[in-house]
Every structure is written in structure tokens, then in C-alpha cells.
Design a protein around this ligand. Structure first.
Ligand code: ADP
Ligand code: NI
Length: 218
């Protein structure tokens, strides 16, 4: 097999689509497609390598611990797939490094990215956890995992380790304080930060309305 970026990207999209179709927790193919589109948009504005960005965006959730239970972060499926596609080894390594560094790991755990391309993909992934779609995904995830909507007697936590974050079983509304509202300040690119601000405000408006309705004020 000879290396041709456009052919490889088309084949990868088809492969990921087959693997992730119909997934109901917010990590489905359409999430991947949105991240791909947004990551490429950020990459254009930031001058990042679009081939690395598109491949990493397409493969970023194939090994996600929430889907596969792989908390070791070695992304075996993405790695094996890239190796099967004659992807140049430096490029394949770059893509795998991005996937390994990508995930949110708790309020007190920094998740730096070691390349501009990684920043584009992480920002795009995190933008999809904000705004209207982010809200829909949070409640889809919470429902799937049997989480209650909200409990005023269970305050949000600040997780100091990835293990504590993974173990947490709090109400879905807590996730807004434990992750979603923290993302805008942690964007890696100027473009990502700009886009996150608007979606962040939408989350704040949603929470204000939710709590006002809960307390019978509206
Ligand atoms: P990351 O790659 O940073 O781990 P993803 O973007 O792959 O995150 O997926 C996280 C999605 O799942 C987000 O939309 C997030 O809101 C949702 N999610 C994860 N954990 C929870 C939770 N405890 N409660 C509600 N939604 C969650
Ligand atoms: Ni994702």
C-alpha cells in the first residue's frame, strides 16, 4: 500500500464511521464528524498541519476509556489501524501522541498538548462538550450511566486525579462544574478560546434557567 493522505483520510473516515455508528452516549460518529470539521477550521486559522489534525480528529475516540475501558491511554486500536495503512511512522506517532494527551482528567489535573496540531484537536473536542450540543451530550451520557439530573445536597467535586474523576458518580449537573465550565479557560489556541467563550456563556444561561426553575423562581 502506498501512502496518499487523501485516500488514507477517506478510508479512515469510513473505518471510524463503521466502528462508532449508533453509539448513544455522545461519542458517536457525528461527534467525530463535528470534531473533525471544527479541528480543521481551527487548524486553518492557526496554521497547523491539516493531515495530522484530520487523522487525529477521526481516530481520537476509538480507544476512549469511556467506550472501551482502556484507561491506560495507549490507544491500541488507533495505533494498529495506522500501522495497517502505511502511514509514515513519524506521522503515526504524532497522531497517537495527540490521542494519548487529549482527554480531560479532572479539575486539578493539567492536560498540556505537546503540539499545535494537538491543541487544535483538543480544542475542537472540548468545544463539542460546550454549547447546546454539549448540554445534550452531558444528559445523554448521564442517562446512559444512570446518573440523576441534579441533587442540591451533592456538591460538585474538584478531582485531583484521573482515577478520582473516573470513579465519580455524581449527578449530571455536577459535571458542568467539574468539567464543562472549566474548559473555556483551558483552550490551547486563540481560535479555540474565542469560540469557547460564546458556548460557555450559553452553559451559564442554561444553568441559571435550570436552577431558577428548580427553585420555582421562574
Ligand atoms: P474527553 O475526551 O475530554 O474525555 P469527550 O469529548 O471525549 O471528553 O467526551 C466527553 C463527553 O461526555 C462530553 O460531552 C461530556 O459532557 C460527556 N461526559 C463525560 N463524563 C460525563 C459525566 N460524568 N456526566 C455527564 N456527561 C459526561
Ligand atoms: Ni471526543
Amino acid at each position: 500500500m502506498t501512502w496518499d493522505p487523501a485516500t488514507c483520510i477517506a478510508r479512515t473516515a469510513k473505518h471510524v464511521r463503521q466502528q462508532m455508528a449508533g453509539e448513544a452516549t455522545g461519542h458517536d460518529w457525528f461527534h467525530v464528524e463535528r470534531v473533525r470539521r471544527m479541528a480543521l477550521r481551527i487548524a486553518r486559522e492557526e496554521g497547523a498541519d491539516p493531515v495530522v489534525v484530520e487523522l487525529a480528529a477521526l481516530l481520537h475516540d476509538l480507544d476512549d476509556w469511556k467506550r472501551t475501558g482502556d484507561a491506560g491511554g495507549i490507544c491500541p486500536q488507533a495505533r494498529a489501524y495506522l500501522a495497517s495503512q502505511a502511514v509514515p511512522s513519524a506521522l503515526g506517532e504524532h497522531v497517537c501522541r495527540i490521542i494519548q494527551e487529549l482527554s480531560y482528567k479532572g479539575a486539578e489535573v493539567p492536560t498540556p498538548m505537546s503540539s499545535l496540531e494537538g491543541g487544535c484537536v483538543q480544542d475542537a473536542d472540548r468545544l463539542d462538550a460546550l454549547g447546546a450540543i454539549g448540554i445534550a451530550r452531558a444528559f445523554a451520557y448521564g442517562g446512559h450511566h444512570g446518573r440523576i439530573l441534579y441533587d442540591p445536597d451533592q456538591p460538585p467535586e474538584r478531582h485531583a486525579t484521573f482515577e478520582a474523576y473516573q470513579r465519580s458518580r455524581g449527578p449530571t449537573l455536577n459535571h458542568f462544574y467539574e468539567k464543562l465550565l472549566l474548559l473555556a479557560d483551558r483552550m490551547q489556541t486563540v481560535t479555540g478560546r474565542r469560540l469557547a467563550r460564546q458556548r460557555h456563556r450559553f452553559l451559564e444561561q442554561f444553568l441559571e434557567q435550570f436552577l431558577a426553575e428548580w427553585e420555582g423562581r421562574l
